[in-house]
Design a protein around this ligand. Structure first.
Ligand code: ZN
Ligand code: ZN
Length: 103
């Protein structure tokens, strides 16, 4: 019986995590939506991917949000100037955000 509860709990957690990863960023009047680590997202508001699509927005060609969600999103491995770990999330192979990955 305990096993069933554990499995159910795990499934619920998985769904919640998936929901969080599909957050995109788009300005109210913007036609494109962006990932969190896109340099073009600027002061855009966060919204779910589903909401952005419903509003008729399309994915940014620079950060490619649709590709982004196919990959595993990890926290950037880079370090900021003061030595703390970068807080940005990224799906790049290098596991580094646009600010930290090598050109
Ligand atoms: Zn973008
Ligand atoms: Zn970084």
């Amino acid at each position: 019986m305990k096993k069933i509860i554990l499995i159910t709990g795990f499934l619920c957690f998985g769904l919640v995590a998936k929901g969080f990863s599909q957050t995109v960023y788009s300005a109210a009047k913007g036609e494109k939506y962006h990932t969190a680590d896109c340099k073009l997202s600027g002061d855009a508001d966060s919204m779910t991917l589903a909401a952005a699509k419903k509003a008729g927005k399309s994915g940014c060609g620079v950060c490619k949000p649709d590709d982004h969600f196919k990959d595993k999103v990890v926290r950037c491995k880079g370090k900021t100037a003061d030595g703390t770990r970068c807080k940005r999330m990224t799906s790049s192979k290098e596991q580094k955000c646009y600010q930290h990955k090598s050109p």
